[in-house]
Design a protein around this ligand. Structure first.
Ligand code: MN
Length: 329
């Protein structure tokens, strides 16, 4: 398989093999891909190396809330490590985004694998970057294949999960065969009840979701090929919804003539605006980087202090950039 011919992948395998204690981290606000890149990898390494100590450092509260239908057991979780461990982080190369980053820092050896556009901002022994890959979970799949593990139903779904969520069930433009290749292989180990249950949970919408969606569609704006939606704390309270369900930028995306969509949510507790940029071709990670954010070409994010003038400026910049470039990047 072509994707397994990778120098960095070999280096990761070598370092894993030479480590006796391996601690796996994930990024803050874990999503499906973060889960597969941590929990999924734990399952892979545990099977291959039953004599090694393989642990992860999960954000238990959020993972229980979001992914209890994948993770049913936290017996492999720990909260701290020391300099005798090798640490692994997937799905981010930004130190500040690592959950329990101060623990990560302590590790003797460090491995990072990621698929975002950002350049890594911390020291590692190995850094495997696939900037145009649909999900970091595919990198976990590469590690599993390279180790020639025996996939079980649970291992396979623990990896496939992040591929499904980060590619939105393959609804993005399919210009890369690797997530599909990995999914095809993984699906062959997954039973019908398991995959049905995952889809049922992923597709589920609550009454609060509907309430929020109604509000978004009534209050979004479209101007100069950019659609945008702003939600302040006052209106979150008025709607009576949890901020955790508001990160849904694609509610205002994929509309004819709209090339960029921008979703701005006030997070009063953390005193920030969470700005999500999406596109159907234009490189929005460039805009995000200008404001200290990052991400992918078609999906990027920015966090700024609460400053609606600055948020409006980001919308204006997106509109201007579209005028300046006649063709998508
Ligand atoms: Mn990801």
């Amino acid at each position: 398989m072509k994707m397994l011919k990778n120098k960095k992948l070999n280096e990761i395998i070598k370092l894993i093999k030479s480590s006796n204690k391996i601690a796996i981290f994930h990024h803050v606000f874990p999503d499906g891909d973060a889960l597969s890149s941590s929990y999924g990898l734990v399952q892979v390494l545990k099977q291959k190396f039953p004599k090694k100590v393989i642990k992860w450092l999960p954000d238990k509260k959020n993972i229980k809330k979001l992914f209890s239908y994948i993770v049913d057991d936290f017996s492999d979780s720990i909260e701290e490590i020391d300099e005798t461990w090798t640490a692994i982080i997937g799905d981010t190369a930004v130190f500040e985004r690592i959950y329990l980053k101060e623990q990560f820092k302590k590790a003797n050896k460090k491995i990072c694998f990621d698929h975002h556009q950002n350049n890594i901002n911390f020291k590692t022994n190995v850094y495997m970057s696939h900037k145009n890959l649909g999900a970091s979970s595919v990198q976990v799949y590469m590690i599993a294949k390279k180790l020639k593990i025996k996939f079980t139903n649970h291992i396979a779904i623990s990896i496939l999960f992040g591929i499904l969520t980060d590619t939105f069930y393959f609804t993005h433009s399919l210009n890369d065969i690797r997530p599909l290749e990995a999914a095809k292989d993984l699906l062959s180990f997954i039973n019908k009840i398991t995959i049905d249950n995952v889809y049922k949970n992923l597709k589920k919408r609550t009454i609060d979701d509907i309430k929020f969606q109604k509000y978004v569609l009534n209050n979004m704006k479209i101007k100069k090929n950019v659609s945008y939606f702003k939600l302040n704390d006052k209106n979150i309270k008025k709607l009576g919804i949890d901020i955790a369900i508001t990160k849904k930028p694609n509610l205002i995306g994929n509309i004819e003539n709209v090339k960029i969509w921008i979703f701005i949510i006030e997070d009063k507790k953390n005193k920030i605006l969470r700005i999500s940029l999406r596109s159907n071709g234009f490189n929005v990670s460039k805009i995000a980087k200008k404001f200290g954010g990052g991400g992918h070409k078609r999906a990027a994010g920015i966090k700024i202090k609460i400053d609606w003038k600055k948020a409006n400026k980001i919308i204006e910049i997106a509109q201007k950039e579209l005028i300046n470039c006649s063709k998508y990047e």
